[in-house]
Design a protein around this ligand. Structure first.
Ligand SMILES: CC(C)(COP(=O)(O)OP(=O)(O)OC[C@H]1O[C@@H](n2cnc3c(N)ncnc32)[C@H](O)[C@@H]1OP(=O)(O)O)[C@@H](O)C(=O)NCCC(=O)NCCS
Length: 266
């Protein structure tokens, strides 16, 4: 078995291995080759820090990464079915010295086992919620509501309620052609709540608020009540926020574990 970087491998060959590895995944892959390459581009997948295992010319396992500073983010790992159970994930990661972060479905026990053997440890759990948003506190007069396009220069004078996962974070959003919006709620000059929102997907990627009742006010302005929305990858440590979202009829539909592998010296 030959292990090497994927920068010299045809993208279509990687897509073929990717499709075979993810054929019976937890949910169906709906992207064709061009859409997949487009997704890799927007997430910053870099074949110079992505690795493959080859049996002769055949690509049988891969770990695709994006670079973020000194750290790598794993976008996907796959081993084609005939080559599973041989420790190829560990062998791929033996090639990598940089620290690596990734998310894996909580229910994907086989992948979690493979990652643990390759040196990954869980850092946090994330849940994505969806549902028809229930009405909370009605709008107070005198609040100012603004919608702006999201740009890489965006500065918000409120911390996020949790640290967004890689695919939702500001760096990733800045790379995308998709339109993202910032919805802001002001009390006088003070920002009291905001959301980074992707209208085409009904997807909230980041939230900030001084109180949950201000979130109600923000969502009222965004016309959420009665609409189906998705709140992406919330850190389960944000217990008050999760309780609040559940009290507004949202339910968890995806659970992920965030894992990290420290850098190694050799
Ligand atoms: C997850 C995946 C990459 C693991 O690859 P792998 O080469 O099988 O990994 P390993 O050889 O390290 O095996 C990991 C564990 O899986 C289990 N396992 C592997 N093959 C198995 C098989 N055929 N039957 C049952 N369990 C199996 C074992 O528990 C093994 O741990 P062990 O060696 O301590 O017994 C591979 O199964 C895959 O491509 N799955 C589909 C895509 C996916 O889920 N990717 C990860 C999320 S991005």
């Amino acid at each position: 078995m030959k292990l090497e970087k994927l920068c010299a491998t045809e993208k279509l060959k990687i897509y073929t291995a990717f499709s075979k590895a993810f054929l019976n995944y937890f949910y169906p892959l709906i992207l064709d080759a061009d859409e997949t390459f487009d997704q890799w581009l927007t997430l910053g997948v870099d074949l110079d820090c992505s690795y493959g295992a080859f049996d002769g010319d055949k690509l049988v396992a891969f770990a695709l990464h994006a670079r973020r500073g000194d750290e790598l983010y794993n976008f996907a790992t796959g081993v084609i079915p005939e080559y599973r159970g041989k420790g190829l994930v560990t062998r791929l990661y033996d090639q990598i010295t940089a620290p690596v972060k990734l998310e894996v479905l909580r229910a994907n026990d086989i992948a979690k086992r493979a990652y643990a053997k390759a040196g990954f440890r869980q850092t946090r759990e994330l849940v994505t919620l969806t549902g028809t948003f229930g009405r909370g506190a009605l709008l107070t007069r005198g609040l100012d509501y603004q919608i702006k396009p999201y740009t890489s220069e965006t500065y918000l004078a409120l911390p996020p309620l949790w640290i967004p996962a890689f695919e939702h974070d500001r760096h990733t959003l800045s790379r995308q052609r998709t339109q993202h919006e910032i919805h802001e709620l002001y009390d006088g000059k003070q920002l009291v709540a905001y959301s980074i929102y992707t209208p085409g997907e009904g997807l909230v990627r980041e939230l900030g608020a001084s109180t949950t009742s201000q979130l109600d006010q923000l969502f009222e302005c965004m016309r959420f009540p009665g609409e189906t929305v998705v709140i992406g990858a919330v850190d389960t440590q944000a217990q008050n926020l999760l309780q609040y979202l559940k009290s507004r009829n949202l339910r968890i539909y995806a659970e992920q574990c965030e894992l990290r592998r420290d850098g190694t010296t050799s």
